[in-house]
Design a protein around this ligand. Structure first.
Ligand code: ZN
Length: 163
């Protein structure tokens, strides 16, 4: 007689936590105070955004610094295919944004009311907009073209940062 494994359909639910480790301060300040923190190398002075605990060039410790919430798009694209988490947002822009004063660029979403490639192209000035309900995650904020900023923070679910 051929072996047949008996199967029972069930649901596995897993509650878990993960930590942001040494970068926790970035997420806590984002969530509680709508601040964007980078780090500055204590030796060469390079400003890392996203923050690094140690300078990736000279390996010395870096200290926390508050960043401006305006920046420039280094490179970008428009997203049409995404995960279930962002499916309602498509199409949206995504790009590497260099915050004013930073030496490196961070990958983040760029939203626009009238999304066309010229709205999110290289060199465009952008500004951070924050969710009113924040959880200490990267999705707590996103960037918008600077000329749309006032419109975005007027929406009930969003607000401007602390500057
Ligand atoms: Zn350094």
């Amino acid at each position: 007689m051929e072996f047949q494994a008996h199967q029972i359909k069930d649901i596995l639910k897993i509650d878990y936590r993960y930590t942001m480790g040494g970068q926790s301060k970035f997420f806590i300040e984002l969530m509680n105070n709508k601040k964007l923190l980078g780090t500055k190398c204590t030796k060469c002075g390079k400003i890392w955004m996203p923050p690094r605990m140690n300078c990736s060039e000279c390996y010395e410790p870096a200290e926390w610094v508050e960043m401006k919430q305006t920046g420039t798009i280094d490179v970008s694209t428009i997203v049409w295919y995404t995960t279930s988490a962002f499916i309602k947002a498509i199409p949206y822009g995504i790009g590497f944004i260099r915050l004013d004063g930073a030496d490196t660029a961070m990958l983040q979403g760029i939203f626009s009311e009238s999304l066309i490639p010229s709205k999110v192209k290289k060199g465009k000035k952008v500004k951070a907009v924050f969710q009113k309900e924040r959880e200490g995650k990267m999705t707590d904020f996103f960037f918008v073209p600077e000329d749309e900023y006032e419109d975005w923070i007027a929406k009930p679910e969003y607000e401007g940062g602390s500057e």
